[in-house]
Structures are given as structure tokens and as C-alpha cells.
Design a protein around this ligand. Structure first.
Ligand code: CTP
Ligand code: MG
Length: 387
């Protein structure tokens, strides 16, 4: 470790509260010990904190009856310590964590719910940096849904402007949080509440949907998708169309004059069909024929941009965006190279990405095979999606 990193490392500590019983989720064991993508929910946050080289000490606050079991679930790392918390009050569990750190008080402390496994290094970095100047900092997200107040039995709209949802870790300069805790014995909804009533200035940092809290049983499936499934997905696609009499082919959305056209139910754009299949493949959502059956008359002569945009939307709906795409056209004739740039730009536009992540290449097959005999054109595509 560089000297400067070592210095930074001494500055920050973290408390992960994991002493709750998970009553709203139900089940045999508290939610922080359930398995998520092959490791316990609690372990996700611990691993993220351990990867952050600015955090020197991590206190895990466990249910008093589970201290040994909790220790056994975690890596044997000298930065990590498991202590018993309070089964009855999160606030008291945090207080136990602060007390455990008070022997060697850090400059900054992050307080995090074990029930939020989707912690990233970016979130930690933003918080720790914000605490250089802010007494308190917290990741927050905008509120997207309309809000209604149902108190008193009615349903009344609540203005949403200026409202945010806050997450954890919540970060504090050490003196700020310890004096707030010293000043009260009340239970608080979160740690920020205790410093906010004392007028401390709070900086909001970017939150993240993956930082969601697991509270109810249905949250587990969402967390599994958002957090535990791989963040990168790769897919490949391949398509062939034969020639028939005509005057142009359509490839990657571009009309290229030729002595023949490509035969197919839709516009026979082999390039975009291969790309659509690559996106569907990355999502493991079947193939283009499943989504647009050739037997269905509504797709007769359809512009393939429809298929492509449908696949892109399926990706977006699942939280993925196109990292890059690479298409290869296999054709003896027409000559593709004069049209490559137009094909690349049209593809980037259809995918709604910048052109520098889209590649279109072309090759002949040296007069070999069906492509070489000019019976048709083939295309292959590979795409990378990231979340
Ligand atoms: N927590 C804690 N001590 C408590 C209560 C909660 O350390 N007495 C921790 C939980 O383990 C969790 C975080 O605080 O990581 C957020 O609390 P919450 O989501 O409410 O978890 P539980 O209290 O366990 O769940 P429930 O309220 O449904 O019983
Ligand atoms: Mg609770």
C-alpha cells in the first residue's frame, strides 16, 4: 500500500448492522443469513467493504445468539470484528458498533444495513470523499412514483419535488455521530435522523437501485436479479438470406443497390436479424422467430428496425444497456465497404448508443460455399450487454 493510501485507510471505519430478526420477511433464519447468489446476504456488504482500501476497520453487529455463526460465515480478515448487538432496536445495535470503535476512534464512520447487499465501491468512494468536507453524507435516489397521503382515511396527492429516498451506508464524521448518539436514548428510523435534528449539514451522494433493502419476501427475487446475476452478458447471432430477383439488398438498415434482393418474410436484413438474435441470446430470451413468428402476417415486409428496437427494449427493461456490438457481413457481392459507415451509424441510431461502440465489418468467403457462389448473404453479430 502507498503511504497516502495507508493514511486514508486509517481515516474510515464501517459498522454493518446485522442484529435484526427479519420479521417482515419471515422464514427460519434472519434475512441477513439467507443465501443470495451463492453467499449469505451479509457477506455481500462485508466483501464490498473489504475491497475498499479506504476502510480500515469493519464491525459486524450480529444477533447475540448468532455471534459465532456469523463469524464462521465471514472471511478471517484482521480488519473484521463481529460483536453482539441488540435484537430489539437497530439504534442500540448501532450504538454497540460505535462503542466497539471508540477505543481507536476513526475520523469517519459508515453505518450500513446488512439487509442492503448491493453495495458498490463507487458508493463507498463517493461517501468517504464527501465526508472530507461534510459532517454527514448519504446515498439518495429521486422518487419516481407519484405520492399520496392516506392519513385520515382519504387519498391526497403529495408534491414530489425535492423528495428523495435515502439508503445506507450513511456516513458521518466521528464526533458528529457519537455526539448525536450520546444526546439521545430514543430509537431513530435511521442514523441520519439523529444528526439532522441537531442541524448538521448533510451531503447527498448518488444512490443506486442495486442498494435496495431486502425487507419483504418478494424483495429476494429482485435482489437476486439486480445483485447476484452477472453484470455482463454476451450474445451471438447468425442469419442467412438467399437471393431472389430484385434491385437492392437491405443490410443494417441501409439500402444497397444490387442486381438481386434478399428473400425473406420481412425486409430480410440479415445484419440486423443477427444483431437482434445476439441481444436476445445475451438475455437468454429465445430467438427472433419466437418473438416475431414468420407465420404471422403482420411481420410481412416489416422493417427489421422493429425487431431490433424490441430486443433493445427487452434489454433496457431488465436494466441492461448495450456495451458494444460487432457485426460481420459475409457477402461476395454487392461490395459492402462503401456502405459500412452508413450501416454503422444506422445501427448505432437503432440501438440508441454512440457510434463508437458499434462495428460493422464485411468479408467475402473467397468464392467458396453458398456465399461464394452468390446464392445468398450471411451475417453474424456479437453483442455485450452490461448492467
Ligand atoms: N438491525 C439490527 N438490530 C436490530 C434491528 C435491525 O442490527 N435490532 C439491522 C438489520 O439486521 C438490518 C438493518 O438493521 O440489516 C435494517 O433493519 P431492517 O431491514 O428493519 O431489518 P430487521 O429489523 O431484521 O427486519 P424487520 O424489521 O422486518 O424485523
Ligand atoms: Mg426492523
Amino acid at each position: 500500500m502507498h503511504n497516502q493510501e495507508a493514511l486514508l485507510a486509517r481515516e474510515s471505519a464501517a459498522i454493518i448492522v446485522a442484529a435484526g430478526s427479519g420479521s417482515r420477511l419471515g422464514g427460519q433464519v434472519p434475512k441477513q443469513f439467507l443465501m443470495l447468489g451463492g453467499k449469505p446476504v451479509l457477506r455481500w456488504s462485508v466483501d464490498a467493504m473489504l475491497r475498499c482500501n479506504k476502510i480500515a476497520n469493519i464491525i459486524v453487529v450480529a444477533p447475540p445468539a448468532f455471534v459465532a455463526e456469523t463469524t464462521a460465515l465471514l472471511p478471517g480478515d484482521p480488519r473484521l470484528r463481529v460483536i453482539p448487538g441488540s435484537p430489539d432496536s437497530r439504534t442500540e445495535s448501532v450504538r454497540a458498533g460505535l462503542k466497539a470503535l471508540s477505543g481507536h476512534p476513526p475520523a469517519k464512520v459508515l453505518i450500513h444495513d446488512a439487509a442492503r447487499p448491493g453495495l458498490s465501491l463507487d458508493v463507498l468512494d463517493e461517501l468517504i470523499t464527501a465526508l472530507d468536507t461534510a459532517p454527514a453524507a448519504c446515498p439518495a435516489l429521486p422518487v419516481a412514483d407519484a405520492l399520496k397521503d392516506t392519513r385520515g382515511g382519504g387519498v391526497r396527492s403529495v408534491a414530489r419535488d425535492g423528495l428523495v429516498r435515502v439508503q445506507t451506508p450513511q456516513g458521518f464524521q466521528w464526533d458528529v455521530i457519537t455526539s448525536a448518539y450520546a444526546a439521545t436514548t430514543d430509537a431513530a428510523v435511521d442514523d441520519l435522523t439523529l444528526v439532522e435534528v441537531r442541524g448538521a449539514k448533510i451531503t447527498l451522494t448518488p444512490g443506486s437501485e442495486t442498494l435496495m433493502k431486502i425487507t419483504y419476501p418478494e424483495d429476494l427475487a429482485v435482489a437476486e436479479k439486480l445483485i447476484a446475476s452477472p453484470a455482463l452478458r454476451v450474445g451471438t447471432g447468425f442469419d442467412v438470406h438467399g437471393f431472389e430477383p430484385g434491385d437492392a439488398v437491405i443490410l443494417c438498415g441501409v439500402r444497397i443497390p444490387h442486381t438481386q434482393k434478399l428473400e425473406g418474410h420481412s425486409d430480410a436484413d440479415a445484419g440486423w436479424h443477427a444483431l437482434t438474435d445476439a441481444i436476445l441470446g445475451a438475455l437468454a430470451l429465445g430467438d427472433i422467430g419466437d418473438h416475431f413468428p414468420p407465420s404471422d402476417p403482420q411481420w410481412k415486409g416489416a422493417a427489421s428496425v422493429k425487431f431490433l428496437k424490441h430486443a433493445v427494449k427487452l434489454a433496457y427493461d431488465r436494466g441492461f444497456r448495450i456495451a458494444n456490438a460487432d457485426i460481420t457481413i459475409l457477402a461476395e457481392r454487392p461490395k459492402i465497404s462503401p456502405h459500412r459507415e452508413a450501416m454503422r451509424l444506422a445501427t448505432a441510431e437503432a440501438l440508441d448508443v454512440s457510434a463508437d461502440v458499434v462495428s460493422v465489418k464485411a468479408t467475402t468467403t473467397e468464392k467458396l460455399g453458398f456465399v461464394g457462389r452468390e446464392e445468398g448473404i450471411a451475417a453474424q453479430a456479437v453483442v455485450l450487454l452490461n448492467r
